[in-house]
Design a protein around this ligand. Sequence first.
Ligand SMILES: [Zn+2]
Length: 150
Amino acid sequence: MVFRSNMFLALEQARAAAERGEVPVGAVIIAPDGTVVAADGNRTRELNDPTAHAEVLVIRAACARLGAERLNEYDLYVTLEPCPMCAGAISNARIRRLYYAAEDAKSGGVAHGARVFEHRQCHHRPEVYDGVGGAEAEALLKTFFAGKRA
Ligand SMILES: [Zn+2]
């Protein structure tokens, strides 16, 4: 099923991010025809850039590749509920559908906190699907942060 395999690709990116010592979050952007146009994981440490979240990196890469500032009809899969910054970027990019795996009660900005897409200043709301592959994404994050504390 395409739907599951796309989150599988995001989870692969999350694992690769963990191996680089980054918070394990991965994202992919899928074109209307089902092809992957961008895939990446967090790189805030590597780039010394607090905005280098997986979602921002794949939106930038996809827009650069397409030569467009918007991604209408494109779907974004990410392993963790987007933070308010990324939710804002997703809205500005006009992403069609957002699929996220694990919830983030602490820093999420979709179902928690700022709830960016529900705000009346939000001009574009993607269709949101949560919980796809959530258990695996959560396990990755727990392992990562358990390692940090040890
Ligand atoms: Zn973010």
